[in-house]
Design a protein around this ligand. Structure first.
Ligand code: CMX
Length: 132
């Protein structure tokens, strides 16, 4: 069902400040996009066949701002890529995994995404995503 880790989301106060570290490591920060409905600005840092996704809140009531206020900057979620997100959600639900999103929503760069509840996933926010 899962193809690969599509990206690892890291909550940061400022992408502009955070990106220096990745550039020092020889990586390129690209793909800036504001996902308005989730109140986040994202940027991608490709590395091998996966990516780091930097997440910066666009307002104080952004879920990512709340995450940073509660826990500080750090790993926010891990996104697994699937071919068929509806099927993946169906299988997860059938097997008792609690879903935050029953239906896929829009993610960055034309992806369709859904979050699983951290209570079902050992405290880690897991995203399921489908490209295109
Ligand atoms: N890590 C661990 N636990 C988390 C968490 C995180 N990053 N985010 C939320 N939780 C926990 C909460 O503490 C809460 O726990 P309790 O029920 O024990 O209080 C529970 O999960 C539910 O959280 P919530 O905020 O009450 O639930 P919502 O339905 O309001 O929102 C979520 C959940 C994950 C969608 C939201 O918090 C969030 O992070 N939204 C931003 C998502 C994002 O990163 N979007 C950009 C994606 C772009 C892309 O990848 O393409």
């Amino acid at each position: 069902m899962l193809k690969k880790v599509n990206h690892i989301g890291i909550a940061v106060r400022s992408i502009e400040e955070a990106k220096r570290f990745y550039e020092v490591m020889g990586l390129q920060v690209e793909g800036y996009e504001v996902v308005e409905e989730q109140k986040v600005k994202v940027a991608f840092v490709p590395v091998g066949e996966t990516r780091i996704e930097l997440l910066e809140p666009t307002s104080e009531d952004s879920p990512v701002a709340k995450f940073i206020a509660k826990r500080g900057e750090g790993i926010h979620h891990i996104a697994f890529e699937v071919d068929d997100i509806e099927k993946a959600l169906e299988v997860l639900k059938e097997n008792g995994v609690r879903l935050i999103d029953e239906e896929p929503r829009r993610g960055a760069h034309g992806t369709r995404i859904a979050f699983l509840h951290p209570k079902s996933t050992n405290g880690v926010l897991i995203e399921i995503c489908q490209e295109g």
